[in-house]
Design a protein around this ligand. Structure first.
Ligand SMILES: Nc1ncnc2c1ncn2[C@@H]1O[C@H](COP(=O)(O)OP(=O)(O)O)[C@@H](O)[C@H]1O
Ligand SMILES: [Mg+2]
Length: 149
């Protein structure tokens, strides 16, 4: 499935639509891996996702902290916490040990959204949703491709 968006707001609403499909039936944490160039809209997408599930705090880019987490105010299905990880500076999957990602990926109550997920492919669960972000030709044009297993 590939979406075209022509504004940051449209990108946030695509994220909200995806969030609305969550049913929490899988026994695993929900993991969404995002890839795409700088400025292609990954963080904007996560902001839309967070807002859609009721997180009111402004979602900052975690580039320097690497991972941030937010309680989900009205737990959605069984999900209670959103983790936002930016793997831009990870060169190898082992480096994720510094943020205890493996523990986060073991708890089925977590939603884990990872920017630059391709950098840490080997720690992603097999049922992770993968999304590819691309710039289009126009200033605000972006393409978002969703690959679900
Ligand atoms: N269609 C669009 N979707 C998402 N962001 C857009 C779009 N058009 C313009 N933008 C702008 O592009 C930038 C995307 O930045 P960001 O979401 O931080 O990207 P990334 O996390 O992929 O580096 C923001 O400044 C946003 O306002
Ligand atoms: Mg970003």
């Amino acid at each position: 499935m590939k979406y075209r968006t022509d504004s940051a707001e449209k990108t946030r609403s695509i994220a909200a639509a995806l969030a609305a499909t969550l049913d929490g039936r899988s026994p695993h944490p929900l993991v969404i891996g995002l890839d795409g160039d700088l400025g292609s809209g990954k963080t904007t997408f996560i902001q839309g996702f967070a807002r859609a599930i009721g997180i009111k705090r402004r979602l900052l880019s975690p580039t320097f902290l690497l991972m941030r987490s937010y309680p989900i105010p009205k737990p959605l299905a069984r999900y209670g916490r959103l983790y936002h990880l930016d793997a831009y500076r990870f060169k190898r999957a082992e480096e994720t040990e510094s943020v205890a990602l493996k523990d986060v990926l073991r708890d089925p109550r977590n939603i884990v959204i990872i920017e630059w997920a391709g950098n840490i492919k080997s720690v992603l669960p097999r049922d992770a949703i993968r999304m590819k972000f691309e710039h289009g030709r126009h200033e605000h044009e972006r393409y978002i491709e969703v690959k679900m297993k």
